[in-house]
Ligand binder design. Structure first.
Ligand code: HPA
Ligand code: ZN
Length: 343
């Protein structure tokens, strides 16, 4: 559409991006070969025959659970610090081409430590790429550690302890924290936010930023639960907020940012078409949101594809896009100086 170059040039902030969700079928095969990791046999899983068949497998997911199985299976090729760095670097270079200036990115430490990979290996690799992205691409970023809600709470508590003991949350002489915030992801329904109250309480005490996935597949009580119990500043996805008018008014009043991921919602069958993502409702009601890519290697596009898909479905005005851009800057976890630069 006519706004394409305007959208491409718009300085973007990304708030909902899983680094592990940037593992393309091509990179997976490359890392498997490099690390001598045996992939599933054709009998076990015919999708792993080639990068092409695997990419084809990613073209349809029944729901969140179906996707998550592919996502966790794929990660097993990530072994060394340099693998994590390469994965994140691929994200930052693609994001730079899409006009991303600031990115707050998720990672799932338990999905690696449960396979025997050291917590420090993962964080060092990701943070090496973040430093390089700031120097070479001018992209500022921060790292958000997510708890996997389908695992026992004791596993999340152990992860919190590892991060605390390793000093990953510490602010050392004006330097950025290695990990800036907490998130909550994986299977939503049946794994309520309230379970993770203790870890979020500890994070809040330490001055960490807080967000949680909610209202993607779960009903609005998963959103209010995260606000009330985890004291989150944002909700990731949050599209089912439209089902509770009182809660929607609260989200507007408290200026909670929703990190909406339209192509993800489409690919995971949360909506039948992009026009069902409540973009228009949120704009009209004054709900603040940003537009994000979630797991771009799996969901047919990085951030600009998501912006363009929204534009095609909703035909928004320049004014509305400026509001979206401003809210995504305002809702970023950065100082006023950086916010000023992004405007
Ligand atoms: N929802 C829940 N867990 C996830 C997602 C998501 O969209 N992406 C990666 N882990
Ligand atoms: Zn997500």
């Amino acid at each position: 559409s006519s706004l394409h170059s305007f959208l491409a040039d718009l300085p973007k902030c990304e708030h909902h991006l899983h680094l592990e969700g940037c593992l393309s079928a091509d990179l997976l095969f490359k890392l498997a070969a490099k690390n001598n990791i045996a992939l599933p046999s054709p009998e076990e899983n015919p999708a792993y025959a080639s990068p092409t068949t695997l990419a084809k497998r990613y073209e349809h997911f029944d729901n969140l659970e179906d996707f998550l199985q592919c996502y966790y299976r794929a990660m097993r090729v990530l072994t060394n610090e340099s693998d994590f760095e390469m994965l994140a670097w691929e994200y930052f270079t693609t994001a730079a081409a899409d006009g991303v200036k600031h990115a707050e990115v998720f990672f799932d430490p338990q999905s690696h430590t449960d396979r025997g990979i050291g917590f420090e290996v993962v964080v060092r690799g990701f943070n090496a790429a973040r430093e390089r992205a700031e120097k070479e691409l001018g992209i500022t970023s921060c790292l958000i550690m997510c708890f996997l809600r389908h695992l026992p709470v004791s596993s999340a508590a152990g992860t919190m302890q590892t991060a605390v003991a390793g000093g990953y949350f510490d602010e050392k002489d004006g330097q950025q924290r290695a990990i800036a915030g907490l998130g909550l992801d994986s299977s939503e329904v049946g794994f309520r936010p309230e379970l993770f109250e203790e870890m979020y309480r500890e994070g809040e005490k330490r001055g960490l930023r807080r967000t949680a996935h909610g209202g993607e597949e779960g009903d609005p009580s998963y959103i209010s639960g995260a606000l009330d119990t985890l004291h989150v500043e944002r909700i990731d996805h949050g599209i089912r907020l439209t089902e509770d008018a009182d809660l929607l008014r609260r989200v507007v009043k408290e200026e909670i940012l929703l990190t909406v991921c339209p192509l993800s919602n489409l690919c995971l069958q949360a909506v039948k078409e992009i026009s069902q993502v409540p973009i228009r409702k949120f704009l009209d009601a004054g709900v603040k949101f940003s537009i994000n890519s979630d797991d771009p290697a799996y969901f047919r596009g990085y951030i600009l594809n998501n912006y363009c898909a929204v534009q095609e479905a909703f035909d928004l005005s320049m004014e509305e896009w400026r509001t979206i851009a401003e809210n995504s800057i305002q809702g970023s976890w950065i100082g006023e100086e950086r916010k000023f630069e992004l405007r």
